[in-house]
Design a protein around this ligand. Sequence first.
Ligand SMILES: C[S@@+](CC[C@H](N)C(=O)[O-])C[C@H]1O[C@@H](n2cnc3c(N)ncnc32)[C@H](O)[C@@H]1O
Length: 211
Amino acid sequence: MNRLSKRLKILASFISKEDSVVDVGCDHGYLGIYLKQQDLCKSIVCSDINQNALNCAIRNVADSGLNIECVLSDGIKSISMNNINTIIISGMGTATIKGILGDREKLIKVDKIILQSNNNHEELRRFMNDIGYYLDKEKYILDKGKWYVTMLFIKSNKKNQDVELKYGYLDKNYGNYLLENYKRIRNRIPEDNSEYQRIGIIIKEIETIMQ
Ligand SMILES: C[S@@+](CC[C@H](N)C(=O)[O-])C[C@H]1O[C@@H](n2cnc3c(N)ncnc32)[C@H](O)[C@@H]1O
C-alpha cells in the first residue's frame, strides 16, 4: 500500500512477525491493512471509538480484499485482549493515551506498546514506567514539516533513567530541532524571568546529551 505515510511506517517498523496487534484509534485503517498486506505480524485488529472512522476502515479493508477484524471500541474496553500482546496508539494526546492504558486488567498479556503521542512526551514516558513498561527505543521522523516521536515500550520492572524519561534517546536531527526550538522560545523571554532560567537548564541538558 503506497498510501502509508512515513509517520505510520515508523510505527510498523517496531512490529515483529510474532506480534498479535490492536491498532487503537485506527481511523482509516491504513496501518492495519499495511501490516497484514506485508505479512508483518501474526494478527491485527483495527479499532476506533468513532463509528464514521471505523466505517472508513471497514471500507478500506473491504477494498483491500483482506480479512481484518474491525471493532468499535472506546480504547480497549470492547476489545478481547486474550490473544493480543501488542498495542499501537498514535495520533492522540498523552491524556487520552493514559486514559486508554488505565485499563490495567486488560494489559496482563500485553508485552509491547507502541505510542506516537501528539504532546507531553515526558509525562507519557513517566506514566509508562509507573504502569510497568520500559522505554526500549524511540524513533524521530519529520513528516510533512512536522516532527513525530514514536516510542517502543516493553513490559518490564526496569525503570528508565531520569534523562531518558525527560528526553528519550535523542538522535542528532531531533536533538538539534529541540535545541533550536527551545532557543527560539527563550529569546522571546526577558532574562530575569524564571521561565528563561528553566529553559536555559533544558538547553544545557540537551547540549550535554548531544555531545
Ligand atoms: C488523529 S486520528 C489518528 C489515526 C491514526 N492512528 C494515525 O495515527 O494516523 C485519531 C483517531 O483516534 C480515535 N480515538 C480518539 N479517542 C479514542 C479512544 N478513546 N478510543 C479509540 N479511538 C479513539 C479517533 O476517533 C480518530 O479516529
